[in-house]
Design a protein around this ligand. Structure first.
Ligand SMILES: Cc1cc2nc3c(=O)[nH]c(=O)nc-3n(C[C@H](O)[C@H](O)[C@H](O)COP(=O)(O)O)c2cc1C
Length: 366
């Protein structure tokens, strides 16, 4: 049954269609996708992961993270609507530059997860940019709120991501299948916690697929939804044609949590098992891109599990860059998806998808 979706307001910004297109790294959600979603009345989100290399390749001019984020944010907003940046906490080296560039470029939102973004408000005064953490529990939201309150800030909204999402997951491998961790069961305590800290809007993510799913979650108390996999299967997304075809071909039994090799970020990571980097893993230590490096004893960024041990860990930077068309001749691609990729059977335009999700018959006109 199609019904109109109520708009979502975050930091005074009234979003006509309460759908946030989730940030998808590496290079999957860039400005062509974000701008298209923004034009349709939702929120378009660019991923900051490895963005310097991707924009350097596109423009033919070597740019750093700050300049690349600034350019992608500006292009995402150029045709109107709301757009923002997703920044993974695990990308420690480029985190602060990504935050500064997004704020300076007038991003509407910064959405940050894959770790707890405890220091996000301390990096630079956010001006009009809304700061939104991603959590997988009420406890995580409480921790973030308490830390941010000490910094004189409060989350402008929160994304609650359940275990059916694509990318890295905020659960232990065992936690993924627990009944108590179903998105439907996580929402009530997170909503209560959000109310306790001042009626923070709650956006749910992970396994939301149809218009009816959206209506159901809004009726349960969510204020909006964030969706990834459905936007991965669009014409405007920047994944390679092979990646998109792998999504169309994927059956339920093809989608799994990578175990060995696994992600060097230390979080469960959902993949299509036929991804070349999973099916035919490299045995040579690679890690020559270095986006997930952590500091050594001397404070230098030198450490990544995939540098020492390519049996237990894949080189996620090279695998995901290849899935976005970078170095495809040299590196094997790695395809991450949400569980619902098995339901995708065609690639559509963002316009078609947004009309379907908003409720075709009642889709608001521009
Ligand atoms: C290809 C892909 C890449 C993703 N990359 C990121 C990322 O870089 N950072 C992040 O916070 N979430 C990432 N996600 C999660 C999405 O933003 C979104 O929250 C999630 O996929 C929602 O679940 P759904 O795919 O079932 O709609 C990714 C998801 C996919 C499918």
């Amino acid at each position: 049954m199609e019904q109109a979706l109520s708009p979502l307001t975050i930091k005074g910004k009234k979003i006509r269609v309460p759908i946030i297109q989730g940030g998808m790294g590496v290079g999957v959600s860039m400005h062509p996708l974000a701008a298209a979603v923004a034009r349709e009345g939702g929120v378009g989100i660019v991923s900051s992961a490895c963005i310097d290399r991707l924009v350097s390749k596109r423009t033919g001019k070597k740019v750093n993270t700050y300049d690349a984020v600034y350019e992608e944010m500006s292009l995402s907003k150029a045709s109107g609507g709301f757009a923002g940046l997703n920044i993974m906490v695990a990308l420690i080296k480029s985190y602060a530059d990504s935050v500064r560039a997004a704020i300076d470029a007038g991003a509407d939102f910064i959405i940050s997860g894959a770790g707890l973004p405890l220091n996000l408000p301390a990096i630079q005064p956010p001006k009009d940019t809304a700061l939104i953490p991603i959590v997988s529990s009420a406890r995580a939201l409480n921790l973030i709120c308490k830390k941010w309150e000490r910094l004189g800030h409060r989350p402008d909204a929160v994304v609650l991501e359940g275990p059916l999402a694509g990318g890295h997951l905020g659960f232990s491998t065992e936690g993924i299948t627990l009944e108590s961790n179903k998105l439907e069961n996580l929402l009530p305590p997170v909503k209560d916690m959000a109310m306790e800290h001042g009626d923070i809007p709650v956006i749910v993510a992970g396994g939301v697929y149809t218009h009816d799913d959206i209506v159901r979650f809004l009726e349960m108390g969510a204020d909006g939804v964030q969706m990834g996999t459905r936007f991965l299967a669009t014409e405007e997304c920047s994944a390679t044609a092979k990646y998109k075809q792998a999504v169309v071909n994927a059956k339920e039994s093809d989608i799994m949590i990578a175990q060995k090799p696994a992600s060097p970020c230390g979080l469960p990571f959902r993949v299509i098992k036929q991804s070349p980097m999973v099916a035919y893993p490299d045995r040579e230590p690679k890690c020559n891109k270095g986006y997930v490096l952590t500091r050594d004893d001397e404070g230098k960024f030198t450490q990544c599990p995939a540098k020492e041990n390519n049996v237990d860990y894949f080189c996620i930077c090279n695998g995901l860059l290849s899935s976005a068309g970078y170095n495809t001749d040299k590196e094997k691609p790695l395809y991450t998806v949400g569980t619902n990729a098995s339901r995708v059977d065609e690639i559509v335009s963002v316009e078609t998808l947004m009309h379907e999700l908003a409720g075709k018959a009642l889709a608001p006109t521009r």
